[in-house]
Design a protein around this ligand. Sequence first.
Ligand code: 26Q
Length: 805
Amino acid sequence: PVASALEGDLVTSADLRDSILRHLTYDLGKEPEMAEIHDWRIALSLALRERIVDHWFASMRTARHSGAKRVYYLSMEFLIGRLLEDSMVNLGLEEAADRALTDLGLNLQDILADEPDAALGNGGLGRLAACFMESLATVGCPAFGYGIRYEHGLFKQRFVQGRQVEEPEDWLQQRPAWEFERSDIAFKLCFGGEVSEDGGKAVWHPEEAVVAKAYDTPIISWQGRWANTLRLWSARPLHGFDLERFNRGEFAAAAEPEALARTISRVLYPDDTTEQGKELRLKQEFFFTAASLRDILRRFEAEHDNLRLLPQKAAIQLNDTHPAIAGPEMVRLLHDERGMELDEAIVTARACLSYTNHTLMPEALERWPEHLMHRLLPRHMQLIERIDAAHAVKQPTRQVSALEHGEVKMGELAFMMAHKVNGVSALHTELMKSTVFAELHRLHPDRIVNQTNGVTPRRWVLSANRRLSALITDTIGEGWVDDLEQLEQLEPYFGDAGFLDRYAAAKRENKADLSNWLATEMDLKVDPTALFDVQIKRIHEYKRQHMNLLETIALWKEIAANPDAGWTPRVKIFAGKAAPGYVFAKEIVHLINEVAAVINADPVTAPYLKVAFLPNYNVTLAERLIPAADLSEQISTAGKEASGTGNMKFALNGALTVGTLDGANVEIRERVGEENFFLFGMTADEVIARREVPGHAAQAIEADARLAGALADIGEGRFSPDDPGRYHGVTGNLSHHDYFLVCSDFTAYWEAQRRIDAAFADQNAWMRMAAINTARSGWFSSDRAIRGYMADIWNAEALEVPGPG
Ligand code: 26Q
């Protein structure tokens, strides 16, 4: 009701239509007769952006005048997806837009579908940052997101004969509709050179400089009550064009400095463990971190004159270690550039900074060679040594250091320079304390805290699943949208005639939509009443897509051998990208596609089993798949998935989880109830113990004929007759090494899947379990997560824009 009072009643569809036409004509310079779909889409976006701006200015003013602490979220990645529907829904302008466009002879759905995804992130970490931006606005926390305006986001994925082929992503090809270019907000950033001493003062003489230029995107809250800024930095040359060289006739060379500087914000690094240690990546990290800190200090100094107040006015959250250079850079800004005592500068920086860890996997923890750090950031290398030494003084036994084997360990550095360090699920946080950060935790027992991840219900329920949302709102009103635990109020209605029928109907229609889409887009016919079994996430050994595939092969063989045994029809859906340099992951992609081709061509098993690997997984595809899922695959090796966030989106949308006790699965199961969750597999402790058993994989294969059969089929080339040995790497790894314990968990996984078959056969009971998952997952809202950070880490308060009158 507030939304319509705010906007819907005031802004009629006629007003919106006029402003769409005005933007089309005067901003895009197009006549309506000549306009194409993307012109209309941009005109609509500009019409909405215009309405966001008023809320945005009001919020910024309120934040300034209140003197409240601001939150700064520093992240290498923001995996935003599309923004048009989000903005429209949050402004309460959906009906108005629909009518306005109909008046203009256009279709809103076509226009929404035209928007490219902003894919400035790899996966979970980047999507979390995007959910957090929306929730920061919705809870009214004054905040800025800071990141990089990559020219090219995450690569696009195609399949060529089943193999993944990467293509560059080019989201800026079309005019960006949401951002404001801030030519006036630009900072010069330096690299390289050397450090001299001048009367006890360090002076850095850099050798290279680039300019960071700001681009702002306003992020509007649910019902337009608040808006924050996502500020992304783009790299520019300090001196654009070498006129002297141009005049000498060296035309190409004259443009060189420009191209070189821009390289820094050219492309997002795919999460790729083999790509680490790249100099350009370190430059990117320093580039956006240093620009953001400069901006934060500039804002602080415009409002206050005592640097000691900084920790009361600025909370700076580091999204993983990617911006961990913030520690030394902030010390440099306070000490070298503003004359604060070194010790006080360290204490002040630490009081502002906090660090979120997203992984415990040793190969994913960032380390930079000291010589590279020294060459690129000589003053920072000195300060890192000072910070490390200052830390060592307090623990004379010196058990822990940020410097080891000629490398800077960014996790340790971030920990030492943060007043709070958090994990992203209860289990993950406990494992941080007992493994990677055990020593540091002993020294600073109050520093590590947990903040279990969450997802924004506006995008992941309200927009993505219209049918379910309508049912929820009809049943309990609209309050759930920004108070998601109200979903609990649904449960008393489960006994009422009609509720579970409507719940089932919503799921059925979502599945019918997806079936039609698979038929037209993928040329794949599926039974829309089958169990939709979905695993969508980056391809990684620890996520164990190959265990799912082995179960698929085993199931297919069993159905083929005994087709009349009353099988529960299933559609196995996979989607996800493999990092370009991750050979094993790319082989898994290829294998899934080859297995899918064989299974889908089998007329005997066709009524019961189909397999689809959907190309180019992204936020938009997730929004299409999750509402249509019956089963959510969360099957990582226990102890490896820090949290997962897809698991939460599925549970909210009424998919049951088949999962291990890993990451936030543990907390999902606690909340939805063990009888509404399909648990299997070893615990994190059992995983550690199992690895010590010599020949654990061979043993597991020996004990399970289904597993042995599936592996043998792959090994003999049943799915790759043109090259029977193609997957010897995969089968060899699984049979002999199997670090992620695919074989040892296989039997338990198979059995869980057969329990699922049986449960799905009773549709009434299944739909009840699905509805319980929805009703009991409200805690996984990112609004709850953000309030947790505000209370336990940032000590920040929420504000409200003064209403009219
Ligand atoms: C590091 C150095 C060089 C190049 C790339 C990287 C890099 C990039 C991205 C390292 C890691 C990432 C992304 C990590 C990530 O997405 N982690 C996920 O974070 C989610 C949000 O907390 C969790 O839910 C997932 O469990 C976790 O895997």
